[in-house]
Design a protein around this ligand. Sequence first.
Ligand SMILES: [Zn+2]
Length: 154
Amino acid sequence: MKCPYCGKEDNRVVDSRPVEEENSIRRRRMCDACGKRFTTYEKIETIPLMVIKKDQNREQYDREKLLGGILRACHKRPVPVQSINEIVDQVENEIFRRGEKEIQSNVIGEIVMNHLMNLDPVAYVRFASVYREFKDVNTFMDELKKFLKTEPEE
Ligand SMILES: [Zn+2]
């Protein structure tokens, strides 16, 4: 993706949203070289992305469902809706960029968890407990310890 102003390839996505009617994603980009901003439209796969669930059944990828799961994890947490929408956008960017027609549900779950970990620890653990189906409190504590390990040690 070349910058239309200076022709350099290095730029970052500053905003990203799906344009449903045109089946594409609108992205605001910022050039690392000259700092100018520009908009690109990228086609997303027209064949629907299928999610492979744990029981091997397939269902069509559903943004609302993903959003709902993250909203539940963030219930009564100081997390702006804007941040949640950004996470969904980032997750979609990652899963659609793979260019595959099917994706394991746990792969999506791991991507979501990576983003939630940086956003809110409670939301992260809640989401992880649903996604990984913690059987007992020990599994839950292991996950919590893993998270706490990412904190800098004194
Ligand atoms: Zn530029």
